[in-house]
Design a protein around this ligand. Structure first.
Ligand SMILES: [Zn+2]
Length: 131
């Protein structure tokens, strides 16, 4: 399987890239799952179960988490400031509200974001994926 040619390499459309990222599937075939089972497990499978692409070789590491930290900071800090200016709640309300919201957004979006970074790496750095 490791000698199979790339099915759609760098010619996939942006829409397909996002759909594959949202489904957390292999950037080459769009069929095999990128991750092991489990809501909080971000460990990549070693190889795609469908086409045999070596996934472990191109893990995106902490990049998606850094993107998400910046995005959440830009999103949540102004919201918290506006909420405080409008309602002046006690500090424990801020801690619970924004803490829960930040964790919920992270749990929902980190796997698709990591999948998107991997798909972008696959699309634009094809030589790194050669076997
Ligand atoms: Zn695959």
């Amino acid at each position: 399987m490791s000698s199979s040619p790339k099915l759609d390499g760098g010619s996939s459309s942006l829409g397909r890239l996002f759909r594959q990222a949202m489904r957390c599937t292999c950037p080459r075939c769009g069929q095999g799952s990128l991750y092991n089972k489990g809501l909080f497990d971000l460990t990549l499978r070693g190889v795609c179960t469908s086409c045999g692409l070596n996934l472990a070789k191109n893990d995106s590491a902490d990049g998606p988490a850094v993107f998400l930290i910046f995005f959440l900071g830009v999103l949540l800090v102004p919201m918290a400031l506006m909420f405080d200016a409008a309602f002046s709640p006690p500090l424990w309300v801020h801690a619970v509200l924004w803490g829960v919201l930040a964790i919920a957004i992270t749990v929902v979006s980190l796997k698709p974001l990591k999948s998107l970074v991997i798909a972008i790496q696959f699309r634009h750095r094809a030589s790194d994926w050669d076997e």
